[in-house]
Design a protein around this ligand. Structure first.
Ligand SMILES: Cc1cc2nc3c(=O)[nH]c(=O)nc-3n(C[C@H](O)[C@H](O)[C@H](O)COP(=O)(O)O)c2cc1C
Length: 386
């Protein structure tokens, strides 16, 4: 579990987890391995329905993320996909973005496995199983987080998926810390976790909120520390409340886990990966990107989106523009303008009006992600459902 094996240098953190001490402000990040894939850095881009499409993943990779996860897709959708123009973008991959994971959600083990085969055929390097989504409609259809209440079915899904996916391709699982705070839920969590590793998963990602909790309250990092102690050498990634490079370092330090997955904190702020790289190397936190740096990435992101979606990208890029605007000193005004964008001309006009002077940017305020109506849903995006 420890990167340099020097046990004496470690102190005990939350509930006794082994953690890395500061060495002149730096620390030795763990080496993150997912099956045979060794990543050069343990801060990765999380799966984000409606966001972590090909353009967002490519931008994250270009700006320092060593690994990304595609937005979740339904097994039923994958089984019936016919390469229609409107949906084929879900499976679009490019050489520069490997390694990249495809993520699956479903109810029935046989169909789930069939969906996994489609992801393998599409070229994903890792197959991730979603046992975490807390959206009511998803739970009502016995998918996502619902599986945390039924270990037998959950483990059948893992086994059937592991069986059909070629052995060189890692299968991983994403979970919340349980359905709720009951002892029964906790027992089921550990039963699924241990059973999944016994069935051959390469890593688990745990979001430290319960399904019932949805996005209210904090992610329990102390639970992540406890899970890591339980798992020993088995690979654990953590999720929940990672809004800055410092948060990423703190989660790793406090919990002793092997990697962190940045979710809301990376939407409109792909610089978080390079900032974490600098911080982990012992450098001071780099300043937020200047307006020219932001403008270049906004243009690049728009260009990738245009390449994938054609004209309709303008409307799809609004939600990204809104989040990027949080790094602008006049963020409210810029936000209002991105909200109305309907064409490339209008996108360029916003950039022309607000990004033509190279002013310093600002680190985004995490409250932009927690505000009401900020779209916290992991329901598969329209088109990736049935
Ligand atoms: C808009 C949105 C979409 C999400 N989509 C997915 C998804 O497709 N698959 C998944 O496993 N988790 C999904 N999640 C959960 C995140 O990956 C992450 O676990 C959660 O947001 C907690 O991390 P954070 O507090 O740092 O945002 C989604 C979360 C949000 C806010």
């Amino acid at each position: 579990m420890l990167a340099d094996g020097n046990m004496t240098q470690y102190r005990r953190g939350l509930e006794g987890a082994l953690v890395f001490p500061p060495k002149d402000g730096s620390f030795s990040p763990p080496v993150l391995r997912i099956g045979d894939i060794t990543l050069d850095f343990p801060v990765v881009q999380a799966a984000l329905s409606g966001y972590s499409d090909w353009p967002m993943r490519v931008i994250a990779r270009r700006l320092g993320a060593p690994y990304t996860l595609c937005e979740v897709m339904l097994d039923q959708f994958l089984v019936s996909i016919r390469g229609r123009a409107r949906t084929r973008h879900f499976l679009h991959l490019s050489d520069e973005e490997h390694p990249v994971a495809g993520q699956l959600m479903g109810a029935e083990p046989g169909q789930f496995a069939a969906g996994a085969v489609k992801l393998v055929e599409a070229g994903f390097d890792v197959i991730d199983i979603n046992f975490g989504c807390p959206v009511k409609k998803v739970l009502g259809r016995c998918r996502g987080g619902f599986h945390l209440s039924q270990p037998e079915v959950a483990l059948e899904i893992v086994r059937r998926t592991r069986d059909v996916v070629p052995s060189e391709i890692p299968v991983t699982v994403k979970m919340r810390r349980g359905i709720d705070d009951s002892a029964e839920s906790r027992d089921k969590f550990f039963e699924i976790l241990d059973g999944a590793f016994a069935a051959g998963i390469a890593a688990a990602t745990v979001h430290g909120r319960s399904v019932l909790q949805r996005y209210h309250g904090a992610s329990s990092w102390s639970f992540l520390a406890e899970v890591k102690r339980h798992l020993g050498d088995r690979v654990l990634l953590g999720s929940g409340d990672l809004f800055s490079a410092e948060d990423c370092r703190e989660m790793l330090r406090q919990t002793g886990i092997d990697g962190v997955t940045v979710a809301r904190g990376a939407i409109g702020n792909p610089w978080i990966f390079a900032q974490a790289r600098a911080l982990f190397a012992g450098a001071p936190l780099p300043p937020p990107p200047s307006l020219f740096e932001q403008r270049d990435v906004l243009q690049e992101h728009y260009g990738l989106s245009e390449q994938l979606y054609g004209e309709r990208c303008s409307v799809l890029m609004r939600k990204f523009g809104i989040k990027y605007s949080a790094l602008h000193p006049r963020h409210e005004q810029v936000r209002e303008e991105f909200v109305k964008v309907r064409s490339r001309e209008q996108w360029d006009a916003v950039l022309g009006r607000h990004y033509s002077e190279d002013l310093p940017g600002q680190h985004p305020d995490p409250s932009i992600h927690t505000a009401q109506g900020s779209g916290q849903t992991c329901e598969p995006a329209p088109g990736a459902r049935e």
